[in-house]
Design a protein around this ligand. Sequence first.
Ligand SMILES: Cc1cc2nc3c(=O)[nH]c(=O)nc-3n(C[C@H](O)[C@H](O)[C@H](O)COP(=O)(O)OP(=O)(O)OC[C@H]3O[C@@H](n4cnc5c(N)ncnc54)[C@H](O)[C@@H]3O)c2cc1C
Length: 635
Amino acid sequence: MATATAPERKVSADEARDVAEAAREQDWTSPSFVRELFLGNFRLDLVHPYPTAAPDDVARARPFLQKLEQLLKTVDSDKIDREGEIPEDVIQRLREIGAFGIKIPREYGGLGLSQLSYMKAIALVTSLDGSITALLSAHQSIGVPQPLKIFGTEEQKQRFLPRLARGAISAFALTENDVGSDPARMTTTAVPTADGSAYMLNGEKLWCTNGSLAELLVVMARNPKTKKISAFVVETDWPGVKVEYRCHFMGLKALANGVISFQDVRVPRDNLIGEEGKGLRIALTTLNTGRLTLPAVCAGIAKQCLKICRGWSNARHQWGVPIWKHEAVAHMIADMAATTFAMDSIWMLASQMADRGGYDIRLEAAAAKEWNTVRAWEIVDKTLQIRGGRGYETAESLAARGERGVPAEQILRDLRINRIFEGSTEIMHLLIAREAVDQHLSVAGDIIDPDADLGRKAKAGAAAAGFYGRWLPTLAAGKGQIKGGYAEYGTLATHVRFVERASRRLARETFYGMARWRGKMERKQAFLGRIVDIGAELFAMTASCVRATAERRPEGTELADLFCRQARLRVRTLFDDLWRNTDDRDVAFARKVTEGRYAFVEEGVVPPPTDGEWVAPWQPGESTAKDVRRRIPAR
Ligand SMILES: Cc1cc2nc3c(=O)[nH]c(=O)nc-3n(C[C@H](O)[C@H](O)[C@H](O)COP(=O)(O)OP(=O)(O)OC[C@H]3O[C@@H](n4cnc5c(N)ncnc54)[C@H](O)[C@@H]3O)c2cc1C
């Protein structure tokens, strides 16, 4: 039984928001293309010319990527999916080629490659096996190396990075039974010892990827006195650390993902990462670049799907013609190719911005994560549809009856989690929306703050009048209205002009939303979601146009053109839906649905398991799910 007193678990919406706000990086010291886009300021100069990879990095990455590809060609992904384990010899060979230290600087024993090369490696692995991707990515996108690189002391880097580069597997432990998207409810505690030399760690973490394999963990825990969250490096062979359970999922069958408990674990102060109380900020900053991996993962999957569909839709004949000749299928194929080009353009742009430095890429990374994960899901769905019954059949079954063992259903199962972890689609919407309205809150925040006194409101009113008086006229006209503007983009110039115009309109609509809903704006998630989706489409269009222009490949320009035509239709619909929708009605209905008014619609089915509660039945004094299990034995 954990000995520390569990902090109060019931957290109000205000408290949850305050915790998230405190962890949020408030300053924008470096420019951000996406942030400016939401302000109606189309800063094309930030992304044009499209950043290119450093030649020495490309040269050093080449032999590694070749070795990785050779290694992957010997791996049986079907077997991994079937047996739910990555063979130890595969992990060992990955260690030997340096795959656990791709981004770790060379002076600490890593390959010292760029974010771009790392993501190319991850996309390559993904095209074969999602579980191996998760192993490598949980270790180096969010596991111990990343926060140590950003926040660790020199001593910590010397102590841990060489070990991690050699292949000591690591993991990131934030989530708890009651802590998903909302970290304010964290119950794992880190209590400083009386002499200040260490912390006593107690609690339990859920769904820790690599948790059941890892030697080292980054653990987020809260000081029950100060309520502040800190981040620690924890060795899994220390007394009191235990893998309680290995979790199993719809896909990623070989994920070494577990529930990990900590019981009176003594963590030396030297293992605190960064400052005490800054753990959530460290976790979120780690995720800022960490979540760049998933857009590359999704682009890798999209490419594989396109390859499958191109081959299949040419070869498969129905009704006397190859199936791609049926318009319904043709539409899907064209959409897949154009979208895959855009997905690639986005992650390459964002990662090269990260490598080049001098940008604040937190919104680019969040937009890339949100947009690419949603698009990949649509593409995989189309892949199953185009493969017909074979899309639903396992690769093993296909191969056993003499057909090509295409693992479309496995790709679908492995992919789905990308819209949930490292910030769900909804949380990405909120994160981006928060920044989209930040400028308004910083000028006019006190006007809508119920706690602000009349003096503060009056001062804010004057400041807002000044700001909006200057800002709104700048949104009226721009280069996108000038015929022949952005001529350097050739046939794509029309789309670049559209982005410039749409960016100003986006800022105006956001302002109208603020003016209409004021303090209640943050609850208008559907409105804000559309604002974010428009911004993400504009970002995707820009990335596609600047890349196609830089690469000067006619095929790339053709794909960028098709993609932009499709995206423009979506943007127009999203703008229309901002003010014509069923949002308020939907929310009112959700209340009635959850109250059970329409439960008759659910009649006629065998209900889901009735034993067990929807939410873990915590009782006072219980600080881990283990305590609950002890009281309520498994049924
Ligand atoms: C396979 C797998 C691997 C994972 N690996 C790790 C790992 O290595 N380390 C780690 O710490 N965690 C890990 N996780 C946890 C993962 O990050 C969480 O599942 C994720 O953060 C969502 O939390 P939740 O599942 O508790 O959902 P909840 O937070 O309960 O959310 C449920 C739903 O409500 C929505 N929602 C919640 N809040 C809001 C809001 N304010 N506005 C709008 N919608 C909202 C969510 O988007 C979601 O749709 C993993 C999970 C899985 C399944």
